[in-house]
Design a protein around this ligand. Sequence first.
Ligand SMILES: [Zn+2]
Length: 299
Amino acid sequence: MEKTRSKIHFWLCWFLSLSLSILFLLGDAIAKGGEDFLEVNWFPGEVHQGEICVVDVSASTGASLLTGEFQEKVLSFYKIKKGEFRTLLGLDLDASPRTYELTISARDRGGNVIESRHHIRVLEKDFEVQRLTLPKKMVVLDKKTGVRVGRESRKVNKIWKKERGERFWNGEFIRPVNGKMLSPFGVRRILNNLPRSPHSGIDLRAKMGEEILCSNTGIVVLVDDLYFSGKSVIVDHGQGLYTMYFHLSRSNVKEGQHVEKGRVLGLVGYSGRSTGPHLHWGVRLHGARVDPFSLLRLK
Ligand SMILES: [Zn+2]
């Protein structure tokens, strides 16, 4: 009897220690898996206001449903090669300079959600300041115009809220016209001592009637004549990325139309609030106003 009891005791102890070591090994494997499962890198390492940040993720084999979240926006990824995915973050020109959390998550082979959290540091950019004094009647909008401007800005702002998960652009983005820059991105305008909205795009020198090329493939989401930007075209490149072309003399495309990179969207003009022919080129990424040159630098 005594012998049997000690035998049971022996086997119980052996079983317990084996289970514990299996649990310990397994626990170790899960913890390690969490760290190695998603390798996240971004560049530039520290981003300035108004810049694009490229986030690359290498996922272990068997990873699925890769998603991300940044500034309360859901991020979609596109494949760059086997097991490697990319997404773009846009830091608005007015984003407060601090650290923002980036969350990346995916499922492993067993269906478990693996989450990886990172901190992106945003630095203040020294934007140029432009002071202008103009006659009051040129600065203050009459009631009717004020209502029109409000309606138009609501219509345009709705566009950024309808992001498509798929990506239409491919390869590098091209300059829509060749002319040099007349006015840089982010210039803080102070009109009659009152701060106005900063310049949310770049002004490129161009001749009246010059062809404006679509910077990359996408879908035309707006063709309209607006008070400030005149004849305007907005192209949705997918995954929250849009390019805008303002002050046209005419547009050659329709809303809903699929446009290839390099296609002529319209001709240069000075419609809307513009002092002479030029192209105002703007970019939105997940609603953030970003520098078009940041887009041209993408490889
Ligand atoms: Zn402009």
